[in-house]
Each structure stands twice: as C-alpha cells, then as structure tokens.
Design a protein around this ligand. Structure first.
Ligand code: SAM
Length: 265
C-alpha cells in the first residue's frame, strides 16, 4: 500500500505518520474504543498497575498522544498509600511530594486533543504544574540526561523510524534507578489465534475506519505497522542493546499486546 514504509526513507515515514495522526486525532479516542472493543483501557490500566507510581514520580510519556497514560498515572498516584490528600485547606494544598507527567508527542493535533480532555478532567496545563504537553520527536528528546524516573511509551514506538535511537534516548533521559515501560502490539505465539486475529485486523479494522470516521488508509497503515513490529524477544534484545537491565515482558490478551519493562541501573 502507499503506507508500506519499509521502502520509504526517514523523512517520508515521518511525514506519513504525521499525516495519519493528523487525520485521526479528532476521532482517535473513539476509534480506540471501537477497534479494541474497549480493551485498550484495560491494557493501559495494566501498564500503570505495573508501574505502580508513588508521589514524587516524574513521568515522561513518549508518543503520549491524547494523554491516556499520563492521566492514569496522575490518578494512580492519588490512590497511593503515600499520597497525602489536601484536607481543610482552601484552596486545597497538596502536601504530597510533587509528581508530574510530561506528555510528549510529535503531533501537535494529538496534543491539542489531549489538552482539551485534560481541561475536562481537571488537568489544566496552565494552572496545574503536574502536567505539561511538549511537541517533539522521540528520537531526539529535548530533555537533559537523567531527568525522569519513569518513561512510558504506549502504542507509539512502532510508529517511530529508528527504534534503536528511541531506546537510546529513553535510557539517556532516565535517572539511575528509573524504569522504562513499553506497551505495544506484539506477536501472538499461538498460530491458530494469530490467524484469527490477523483476519480480524486486516479485514475489519480498515473497514471500521472507513465506516466510523471515513478514513480507510490511516487504519490500513495502523494494521500494517503492527505486523512489522519486532516480536517480544527481539524487542527485549533491542532494549538490552540500549543499556536497559532486568528486561522482562508480559503478554496481554494472548500476546496481542505486550508490556516490556527495563531498568536503568
Ligand atoms: N500513547 C497514546 C495512547 O496509547 O493512546 C497514543 C498512541 S498513538 C497510536 C501513537 C502516537 O505516536 C501518535 O500520537 C503519534 O503522533 C506519535 N508519534 C509517532 N511518531 C512519533 C515520534 N517519532 N516521536 C514522538 N511521537 C510520535
């Protein structure tokens, strides 16, 4: 297809990915629910449960899009036994260690959608220091070495042109003791299940894209990018090559997705 990026150069892939997410940004959250039948919410909850952040955590959420992971992260911190809710003060004064989430994405229109959602959910960048939205490329992060103690990338790394460089940058901006977590579509090990899933994704998802938001090509690209992403073991090796230690992964929904974890030690 014209989105088959194995034969295109770096700039072409970047501009295609930009075009895809420009096209889908306003319908992105709706389509995630439609395509995954809402299951993406459980996968994202699992990512944040795995991270289990406590007050004082500073997250860089790369390819953060409309903020799904960052909002969950900030909410999870409020459920931590170490979180001290504001009592009695007016305006409420947060006595916990300050925490923050930086939503980082190459696509300003995705960030703009997320900012709107943030305001509806009580996270307004201009009045709330716990969240900010930064536009840029994950292959060249505009942050100093050892800035964050958590790094997440959810359904984003397969869209990047140079995955090794993304991992290198992730390792650079994490503090020692910091954790990298990646939630991404992966490869289903069971051949029969893989066949059923491939049939569903190749035939149904582009048609749904056409029916629900009138855009078949963008969803065709998304399906193809899933197939081209490395399997669980290969990605774990790429993480080790970038310097991460204690690399592990767990499959979700029979391996439709996997969460990879690694530490900077
Ligand atoms: N993390 C969000 C989630 O789980 O819902 C959004 C995932 S969305 C499928 C992929 C995101 O990756 C898009 O918002 C896209 O703009 C972003 N992206 C693609 N290439 C990127 C790059 N090189 N650097 C930063 N973000 C990128």
């Amino acid at each position: 297809t014209h989105f088959g990026f194995q034969t295109v150069n770096k700039n072409d892939k970047e501009s295609m990915v930009k075009e895809v997410f420009d096209n889908v940004s306003s319908s992105y959250d709706l389509m995630n629910d439609v395509m995954s039948m809402g299951i993406h919410r459980l996968w994202k909850d699992e990512l944040i449960s795995t991270l289990n952040p406590t007050p004082g955590s500073h997250l860089l959420d790369v390819a953060g899009g409309t903020g799904d992971i960052s909002f969950r992260f900030l909410e999870k911190i409020k459920q931590s036994p170490y979180y001290l809710p504001a009592i009695g003060a007016n305006p409420p004064k947060n006595t916990s260690l300050p925490s923050s989430a930086t939503v980082f994405d190459i696509n300003q229109s995705m960030l703009d959608q997320g900012k709107k959602r943030g305001i509806l959910n009580g996270y307004n960048e201009t009045t709330d220091p716990s969240i900010d939205w930064v536009q840029g490329n994950s292959e060249n992060l505009p942050f100093k070495d050892e800035t964050f103690n958590c790094y997440t990338v959810s359904f984003g790394i397969r869209n990047c042109t140079n995955v090794d460089q993304v991992l290198k940058e992730a390792h650079r901006v994490l503090k020692k003791g910091g954790r990298f977590l990646c939630l991404e579509f992966s490869q289903i090990p069971n051949p029969a299940l893989r066949y059923m899933y491939d049939t569903y994704s190749f035939n149904v998802i582009p048609v749904m894209g056409q029916l629900v938001v009138g855009d078949r090509d963008s969803y065709q690209y998304l399906v193809e990018s899933i197939r081209k992403f490395p399997d669980q073991e290969t990605f774990a090796d790429m993480m080790r090559d970038a310097g991460f230690q204690q690399v592990t992964y767990k499959n979700l929904s029979f391996g439709i997705c996997a969460i990879h974890s690694g530490w900077k030690l």
